[in-house]
Design a protein around this ligand. Structure first.
Ligand code: SF4
Length: 328
């Protein structure tokens, strides 16, 4: 018989570090264009697969000497190689048991979400965008931190996800109580090079009677900052991009900033078009991750490790030396 435990054991066998299961009712209240129940209306369960990002992949950025590890093995490899293999493994088990498996890979969104025309009255614009952090919460795998990065009890912010939507009815995992991992220390806010995380302004949604909140992140600042950081934290950044990023950090969202960004191809252009990211894109179809998630991940996991909140324990603390910063 196909039980939740059988699926979880098989998912781990297939390569997932983390597995959680949610029921589709938990998506009640989701915006139409982000409601996965429209992908498979008969679905009963969603299965979340989590893949750790090794702490060592932040080491080279922490030391300022090797920046390629995180984007290549921490993002591209998991998104496009490792997670798809595990997804297929779980898909095989479900479909060999007579159930259907919709395999939703991280980078599937690159085809463009919500850009198509609805095919039926009242239907969403395809492709439906599956909000991975909310889906991971719905699968009982942890909680969304103030940083808007998902936190698990095993690795804190250090993992990536993929999901399977299926008509197999499986026992759902309990939801985590908000504040179990994230204590609102706001180190993510103070350590973000682009000031992308407001300290107070929140986004809040209801899930099964709980209020789930995270910071109302400035997505443009984050998408440029994640890949390119700022001149102080990017040894590869050409001056013209440094100037653009400085303006992005200084200007509030609005038409003036949008106008300013046009010369760089938008915030994504500041992320994607630097020589470093262009090389990464050609090789891994992924930009750089020069920031090394200085606030939302590094500061966060160091804090959670210090508190002993994570089950993945290390023999030494992550930060060994005074952090480097370029004098610009
Ligand atoms: S650094 Fe981590 S624990 Fe602290 S507020 Fe941000 S997300 Fe929460």
């Amino acid at each position: 018989m196909l039980t939740a435990q059988v699926v979880k054991d098989w998912a781990r066998e297939s390569g997932a570090d983390l597995v959680g299961i949610g029921n589709m009712e938990r998506f009640e209240g989701a915006p139409l264009d982000s409601d996965p129940r429209y992908i498979f209306p008969e679905a009963k369960s969603i299965i979340g697969l989590g893949f750790r990002v090794h702490r060592g992949l932040y080491r080279g950025i922490e030391e300022g000497t090797f920046f390629a590890g995180l984007p290549s093995m921490g993002y591209a490899n998991i998104n496009d190689v490792y997670a798809p293999i595990a997804l297929r493994g779980v898909g095989d088990l479900l479909e060999d048991s007579g159930y259907e498996a919709v395999l939703y890979q991280n980078t599937a969104v690159r085809y463009g979400t919500n850009r198509g025309t609805p095919v039926r009255e009242g239907y969403p614009r395809p492709d439906v965008f599956l909000h991975f952090r909310i889906a991971a919460y719905i699968c009982g795998m942890g909680e969304i931190g103030w940083s808007k990065v998902f936190l698990t009890p095993e690795f804190g912010p250090r993992q990536r996800f993929a999901f399977v939507i299926t008509d197999a009815e499986l026992e759902p995992d309990p939801l985590m109580e908000p504040g179990t991992l994230c204590d609102g220390c706001k180190l993510c806010v103070s350590n973000c090079p682009l000031d992308a995380l407001p300290a107070e302004k929140a986004v809040t949604i209801p899930i099964e009677g709980r209020e789930i909140s995270w910071s109302d992140m400035d997505v443009e600042r984050c998408s440029a900052g994640f890949a390119s950081a700022t001149a102080e934290y990017n040894p590869f950044l050409p001056d013209d991009f440094a100037e653009g990023i400085e303006k992005l950090r200084a200007m509030p969202p609005g038409p003036e900033r949008t106008e300013m960004l046009k010369q760089y191809g938008g915030a994504w252009g500041l992320a994607r078009n630097t020589p470093y990211s262009t090389a990464g894109w050609e090789s891994y179809h992924h930009p750089g991750a020069i920031c090394g998630a200085r606030g939302c991940q590094r500061a966060c996991f160091m804090h959670l490790e210090e508190q002993g909140k994570l089950s993945n324990k290390f023999r030494r603390p992550f930060r060994i030396r005074k952090p480097w910063k370029l004098d610009v």
